[in-house]
Ligand binder design. Structure first.
Ligand code: MTE
Ligand code: MO
Length: 373
């Protein structure tokens, strides 16, 4: 950890009851864009439409001279160039990634940070070397408890100067989920904003553990307690120690039907039968059902899950439901349930950092006779 420039204990701010989004939040929102919800139609998100979240600056990196080091409590410290990594056996996995702050701006009161509504998600085909193979090659000491991943980006957050760092326990790093040191996204080299030339991909986890611009993996004998671990905790209040944010809670999103109003984003549809579609995912267990409501959550009907969940176990599932709108205003909402029985709340699950808010989405649809749609 670097220099302490300010008061490290300063918690993030919570907006006053009627306080709108400020220029500070707007600046973050303009840098870190979401997935346009109509892009939920793609099984694999085209790279420019995948959400982006970067805490500091996108570093200017040079793939030609990049080196990944694996150090600390290992028998054989490794230094690998990109060519050396590309020469190793690779795997490709389709992985849905979601920012832990997704849904934050819908909370009351609003934790002041990146003000996501529901759109901080995307699915990509990541290609790289399984982390467990690299760790086996390095020979992890039995005394190692955590693997700490360091990115090439640097900044200050609530007074703490730092390189972006996150850790996984050795068990999670070598576990069942195929954690990748990825050098390709959808078959092409990583774009700058997604971690060029190397990033970690941790299937099932919220985005913060997927360290971009990865330059070092260090095995430590103590649990890592860096800034990005103390920041990502579910806390009831600023002085609550809380619990770590880890895997993605279940969530379904629907492609807003019809066509939008420019400002309100309300949707217009004619009174004809339509097929509503969307995606659903959970980092805890496979999604087993999705329900659709067209009356704001009063009544629900089961949607059809269209895909085989075993083909891409770390990716979102495609769902559809038929609906014939009647003239008037309707609120569409969808709700995912996973194999553990966990489902999405109808009341916001508030916490101090605004993490894991999987409150159901609401899409306002206005059905009008005689429209072209
Ligand atoms: N080095 C580094 N890695 C990072 C971040 C970062 O700021 N720096 N942001 C994290 C967060 S909070 C998220 S949600 C994901 C976003 O990945 P994406 O921009 O490729 O969608 O990257 C994670 N990895
Ligand atoms: Mo994030």
């Amino acid at each position: 950890m670097g220099t302490r420039i300010g008061d490290v204990s300063t918690p993030s701010r919570v907006a006053a009851p009627d306080e709108g989004i400020g220029h500070d939040e707007l600046a973050l929102a303009a840098r870190n864009h979401g997935l346009p919800l109509e892009a939920l139609r793609y099984d694999v998100t085209p790279p420019g439409l995948h959400y982006v979240l970067t805490h500091y600056d996108v570093p200017f990196t040079d793939p030609e001279h990049w080196e990944l080091t694996i150090s600390g409590l290992v028998d054989r410290p490794l230094t690998l160039t990109l060519d050396e990594l590309r020469a190793l056996p690779s795997e490709t996995h389709r992985v849905t990634m979601e920012c832990a702050g997704n849904g934050r701006a819908r909370l009351t009161p609003r934790p002041v940070s990146q003000p996501w509504l529901t759109e901080a998600v995307g699915t990509a085909e990541w290609t790289g070397v399984p982390l467990r193979e690299l760790l086996a090659e390095a020979g992890v000491s039995p005394d190692a408890v955590d693997a700490v991943f360091t990115g090439a980006d640097h900044g200050v957050e609530r007074g703490v100067e730092q390189d972006y760092q996150r850790a996984l326990s050795v068990a999670d790093a070598m576990g069942e989920a195929p954690v990748l040191v990825a050098y390709a996204m959808n078959g092409a080299p990583l774009p700058p904003q997604h971690g060029s030339p190397l990033r970690l991909v941790v299937p099932g986890w919220y985005g913060m553990g997927n360290v971009k611009w990865l330059r070092d993996v260090r095995l430590t004998g103590e649990p890592f307690d860096g800034f990005q671990h103390s920041a990502y905790r579910y806390r009831a209040s600023a002085d609550d120690p809380g619990v770590p944010v880890t895997r993605m809670a279940p969530r379904a999103l629907l492609v807003p039907p019809g066509f939008p109003d420019f400002m309100s984003r309300a949707r217009f549809v004619p009174p004809n039968p339509i097929r509503v579609e969307g995606r659903a995912w959970s980092g805890h267990a496979p999604v087993t059902s999705v329900d659709l409501s067209t009356d704001g959550g009063t009544t629900w009907t089961p949607a059809t899950l269209e895909d085989d969940p075993t083909t891409h176990p770390w990716a979102w599932r495609h769902w559809t439901a038929d609906w014939t709108p009647t003239p008037g205003t309707h609120t569409l909402t969808a709700r995912a349930t996973d194999a553990t029985g966990e489902t999405q709340p109808l009341e916001e699950p508030w916490n101090r950092g605004g993490f894991g808010n999987n409150l159901v989405q609401e899409v306002r649809v206005v059905c009008v006779r005689g429209m072209d749609g």
